[in-house]
Write a protein that binds this ligand. Structure first.
Ligand SMILES: *Cc1c(COP(=O)(O)O)cnc(C)c1O
Length: 368
């Protein structure tokens, strides 16, 4: 396993290891995170999009048709929201055509389907550890089929410090680790003051416009960019320690419980249905995806109430629209995903359930 600073870096390394280069085509699902595209461009490849079914599974007929067009070197397949697809048919198709399969487990760090662990059918599998753990940065690259030969380097003391402090500050902002927060209050205030001073000095002294040599990758700041300078950097010491201390069994159990509780709480809520009718055994959900009849009104109400949510796929790569794949356009428009994170406490979960219900109920009367 290689621990890197983001899932997209792991995608780039996987494609490079598969020999993807200029002139090649990489197939990516029409339903996607825009962060999945730049790693293929980094390898020099052209990206084409394949259709997905309404349950997000890959449309094999469409993939087959695109393979006939030639030049395809690799394909990305994503287990959306943590629900594993059966990738055996796609694996067989890739084998028939001599094409590399990258299993995108950014939403699916744990779990299995029919006894097959996620990540084991792809030539390579990638994960986004920062989507599952309380860490500032992190992704991983694994392979059951090939030796990993990427050599990684540390990104320096500034990065190590920033990764640790940002993770702790995020934890404090959510009311976690109160004792440590009290202990670190003064040092963190001093750090912020120093930081502001350095930044203002940088502004007055610099040529302006250009980003300073970044201490941390933009992938950690809700951006979809790919910064090649981070392609050979290993994940921070802080992130690696958190991963080592984590208990996967507990994380899976809690995420499943939180997902199922939310599903139950919304069972008879109006104007919505869960994307997946049931949570399969062995799946470890990333979030709880809900299809909503009046997404804009519901989203506005949720935003006013300060409810955390993600509208995955709402802003696809330019040019990817309903004419390319009606299902992904529909998912991007109607889907709202809610947290089922392992660390949510009882009070937070009860509040979330009540807020989502209320938002849905308040929008029943609003015309579409
Ligand atoms: C987030 C995401 C990625 C990229 O992961 P990062 O760690 O943000 O780089 C890849 N694929 C999917 C489906 C994602 O949601």
């Amino acid at each position: 396993m290689r621990l890197v600073t983001s899932g997209r870096v792991a995608i780039g390394l996987a494609l490079r290891a598969l020999g993807v280069r200029t002139g090649d085509v990489v197939l990516v699902p029409a339903y996607h995170s825009p962060s999945m595209i730049p790693p293929a461009h980094w390898c020099g490849a052209e990206v084409r999009f394949y259709r997905v079914h309404s349950d997000t599974s890959p449309d094999l007929a469409d993939i087959d048709a695109q393979l006939a067009a030639g030049n395809v070197r690799a394909i990305l397949a994503t287990h959306f929201f943590g629900i594993p697809h059966d990738l055996a048919p796609l694996r067989a198709l890739c084998d028939r055509h001599g094409i590399g399969l990258v299993e995108d487990c950014a939403h699916c760090l744990f779990g299995a389907r029919g006894g097959v662990p996620v990540g084991s059918l792809g030539d390579y599998a990638i994960g986004s550890t920062m989507k599952f753990f309380p860490i500032y940065e992190g992704g991983c690259l694994v392979s059951r089929r090939h030796r990993l030969d990427a050599t990684l380097h540390g990104a320096g003391a500034g990065f190590e410090l920033k990764a640790a402090l940002n993770a702790l500050e995020a934890a404090f902002a959510y009311g976690r680790l109160p004792v440590l927060r009290a202990l670190l209050a003064l040092p963190l205030r001093i750090k912020s003051a120093l930081w502001d001073m350095l930044k203002s000095r940088g502004r007055t002294g610099g040529g302006g416009g250009e980003t300073p040599s970044a201490l941390a990758p933009s992938s950690s700041d809700s951006s979809f960019e790919f910064d090649p300078r981070w392609a050979d950097k290993c994940s921070s010491w802080f992130s690696r320690v958190v991963l080592r201390l984590a208990s996967p069994g507990r994380i899976v159990a809690r995420r499943r419980r939180n997902y199922l509780d939310l599903q139950r709480a919304l069972e008879d809520a109006p104007g919505c249905r869960p994307l997946f009718p049931r949570l399969p055994d062995g799946a470890c959900p990333w979030m709880f995806p809900l299809l909503v009849d009046q997404p804009q009104a519901v989203c506005d109400a949720l935003q006013r109430a300060g409810v955390p949510m993600t509208r995955f796929g709402a802003t696809p790569w330019p040019g990817v629209d309903a004419s390319l794949c009606a299902n992904s356009a529909d998912l991007g428009r109607r889907l709202i995903a809610f947290p089922c994170h392992q660390s949510l406490d009882d009070g937070e979960r009860a509040w979330l359930h009540a807020q989502v219900r209320q938002a849905l109920e308040s929008c029943v009367a609003v015309p579409a």
